[in-house]
Design a protein around this ligand. Structure first.
Ligand code: UD1
Ligand code: UDP
Length: 366
């Protein structure tokens, strides 16, 4: 039996191909939702849109400090794992849910499979970097999306036999849902947008939005873009960012702030944008897969493949660099190759787990 553990928006999206594959193959599995994300548009909406089965267990841990949230997830996950005794526990990404669930499982001597293993920003200031490193080092199956992620793991002394390069399940999610999204409705029309004549923005990183100076600088850059190009800047606001904008009393001028979109709507908006500006991990990857240029409002990225293929540039939390990125967009080369695989990562991961054999013996064996 496979235990699928998730808790936040990107985990629901990137686990969806894995869950679909379990369903398709009639594999015995359960879903445990930690409840790290709980607002309708960060959680339930994705289960509905992606037609995922309801979680078998919901912990409702909610928001809190890092330690508080991690502790609640660990104790809740432990209870379920003791009851269900799965052969493999699967976690995806780098959130507190991932690290806490992996730690609880590994202390019960259960096999842990880490999907999206080996990403490194080499910036320990990010909570996600701590989560990634810890999770990788206690996992038994490391599903690395790319060769460079695999190399990071090898450099840290992780045994080669544990690592399998699968591609990223985000590609599966994009390929599986883009057609459905286009058939379901036309969000551009609803928002009165023309293809390639708007910018799409997301921002929620703790180090950006919890810092008044950085948040103000980002908003200044985005307002500058709207003024200079006279094109809509569509900005679905993450609840963390919404809270910070309100708390800090920061005014936002000329931007189209909206509630977060569902995945189907967001995919349509991403695929037709002139440029995506973001600090999200998943959005950097999706823009790359969809062939849309991306400016990342950070000083580093754990997705260097996007920089290498030329789909992404780093502009920091710097209003001037944000503006310069947009000014330079016409000179960007298009037609880069998607470095994140063929959209069969979910299938590969479940093939390995279903075989429930000891850790892999060689690179690429799966
Ligand atoms: C978390 C992850 C981050 C991931 C992001 C995806 C960690 C450390 N961070 O960040 O890696 O990129 O999810 O979106 O695990 N809130 C709501 N409703 C919700 C969820 C959050 O209102 O459904 C608000 C609360 O005020 C909460 C704040 O957002 O305090 C932050 O939520 P939290 O889950 O701690 O971190 P994220 O910023 O969402
Ligand atoms: N996303 C969405 N609606 C939005 C913004 C983002 O469905 O309004 C999706 C996006 O397509 C991607 C995921 O959310 O798949 C990224 O999640 P997020 O940026 O919250 O987290 P990160 O990837 O940085 O961990």
């Amino acid at each position: 039996m496979i235990g699928v553990i998730l808790g936040t928006r990107p985990e629901i999206i990137k686990m969806s191909p894995v869950i679909r594959e379990c369903e398709r193959r009639g594999i015995d599995y359960f879903i445990l939702h930690t409840g790290q994300h709980y607002s309708y548009e960060m959680d339930r909406l994705f289960f509905e849109e992606l037609e995922l089965p309801d979680p078998d267990y919901s912990l409702d841990v909610g928001s809190g400090t890092h330690a508080g949230q991690t502790a609640k997830i660990m104790t809740g996950v432990e209870d379920v794992l003791v009851k269900e005794s799965p052969d493999v526990v699967l976690v995806q990404g780098d959130t507190n849910t991932v690290m806490a669930a992996a730690l609880a499982a590994s202390k019960l001597h259960m096999k842990v499979g880490h999907i999206e293993a080996g990403l490194r920003s080499f910036n320990r200031w990010m909570p996600e970097e701590i989560n990634r490193v810890l999770t990788d080092h206690i996992s038994d199956y490391l599903f690395a999306p790319t060769e460079s992620a695999r190399d990071n793991l090898l450099r840290e002394g992780i045994a080669e036999r544990k690592i399998c390069v699968t591609g990223n399940t985000v590609v599966d999610a994009v390929y599986q849902n883009l057609g459905i999204a286009e058939k379901k409705g036309n969000v551009l029309k609803e928002l009165d947008l023309e293809p390639r004549e708007y910018f799409l923005v997301t921002a929620h990183r703790q180090e950006n939005v919890d810092n008044r100076t950085r948040l103000k600088e980002i908003l200044k850059g985005l307002e500058g873009v709207q003024r200079e190009f006279s094109l809509p800047v569509v900005f679905p606001v993450h609840p963390r960012t919404e809270k910070r904008i309100k708390e800090l009393g920061i005014g936002v001028d000329g931007l189209n702030l909206t509630k977060p979109f569902g995945f189907l709507e967001f995919l349509q908006l991403e695929s037709q944008a002139k440029l995506v500006l973001t600090d999200s991990g998943g959005v950097q990857e999706e823009a790359c897969v969809l062939g849309v240029p991306c400016a990342t409002m950070r000083y580093d990225t754990e997705r260097p493949e996007t920089l290498d293929v030329g789909s992404n540039i780093l502009v920091g939390a710097d209003s001037q660099k944000i503006l310069e990125a947009v000014r330079s967009i016409e000179s960007w080369k298009s037609g880069w190759k998607n470095p994140y695989g063929d959209g069969i990562a979910g299938k590969m991961i479940i093939m390995v787990c279903a075989a429930a054999r000891p850790p892999m013996t060689a690179r690429g064996e799966c």
